[in-house]
Design a protein around this ligand. Structure first.
Ligand code: R5P
Length: 292
């Protein structure tokens, strides 16, 4: 059985269909004081998957706590969280004395509730594996790069993949190798949430169909800075493809004003830019964990 919340009906039922699981929506009521009442089926099979992507995560973490507790009480023996977007992964060291290392704290919390965690392109820049951040029995990390690469070649001829910063090189390489595409990576210095300086690499973008590729777009400033440079250097078109679109309406407007034509994302986070689905890969990961 796969449990999900109503706001993720589309990606959750896509996954349930791909994995051959019965999808059941968790009933959710908010009391006037803000607390939540959640209701799951009173009789669960031994293996249960909970689909909850963790964009805008604070309240969702409380949902996970309550649903996991109820699921154990009602018969779940193996409980797997499918969180295509995993929150709190960016604060992975104590940048300033006293700062909470949220990655480890939230990761341990999830590991205390679930037997398996499946996620896509988590932000693990200073740790090598998901297990270090989230010490769960069955950690599973997928990438959106292959799925985005397939989408990009269907939409643009002879695209040049451009990563906006050094960290994006890993996804650019995967996507470029899949279809033999040209690739390059910018350099970026971030001085604040909305303050980034990007420099283009030594590559001729003139006349090219440039596609910016990254794991996450949040404020959009990283992609916008790269797009302005590519446009100024004569790119024929600039589009953007990301695994996780956290972008607000204002961020989308700013991206288009910076010269980005289309924005494509996977359905890891429900967003108006969703253009391709991770369901087939998520289903394989869920089935692999269920076989354990
Ligand atoms: C950073 O390393 C990530 O890969 C993204 O480049 C970053 O999170 C994008 O953030 P924003 O859209 O706010 O510039």
């Amino acid at each position: 059985m796969l449990l999900y919340l109503e706001d993720e009906h589309i990606p959750a039922t896509r996954l349930a269909e791909a994995a051959g699981l019965q999808a059941v929506c968790v009933e959710r009521h908010r009391f006037p004081d803000g607390e939540l009442k959640l209701r799951i089926p009173p009789k669960l099979p031994p293996q249960v998957v909970l689909f909850r992507s963790l964009a805008d995560p604070n309240e969702k973490l409380v949902e996970l706590l309550i649903i996991a507790g109820a699921a154990r009480k009602h018969g779940a023996k193996q409980l797997v969280l499918v969180a295509p977007y995993l929150a709190y992964m960016r604060q992975d060291i104590e940048f300033n004395p006293g700062e909470a290392v949220s990655q480890r704290i939230v990761g341990s919390f999830l590991a205390s509730l679930f037997d398996g965690v499946v996620t896509v392109d988590p932000h693990l820049h200073r740790v090598a594996t998901l297990e270090e951040a989230c010490p769960v029995a069955h950690p599973m990390v997928l990438t959106g790069a292959d799925t985005l690469a397939d989408l990009i070649v269907a939409r643009r001829e002879r695209p040049l993949l451009l990563g906006p910063d050094a960290e994006s090189a890993q996804w650019v390489q995967v996507a470029a190798a899949r279809h033999g595409l040209d690739q390059a990576v910018c350099t970026k210095v971030r001085s604040g949430d909305r303050d980034v300086a990007v420099a283009l690499p030594e590559v001729d973008v003139a006349g090219r169909a440039v596609v910016l590729l990254d794991d996450v777009a949040s404020t959009g400033h990283t992609l916008a800075a790269a797009a302005r440079l590519a446009r100024a250097a004569g790119a024929a078109s600039v589009d953007a493809a990301v695994t996780h679109a956290l972008l607000s309406a204002d961020a989308m407007r700013m991206l288009h004003e910076s010269g980005v034509g289309e924005i494509w994302s996977t359905d890891c986070i429900v967003h108006s830019t969703n253009a391709t689905s991770m369901a087939p890969l998520l289903a394989q990961a869920v089935q692999a964990i269920r076989r354990h």
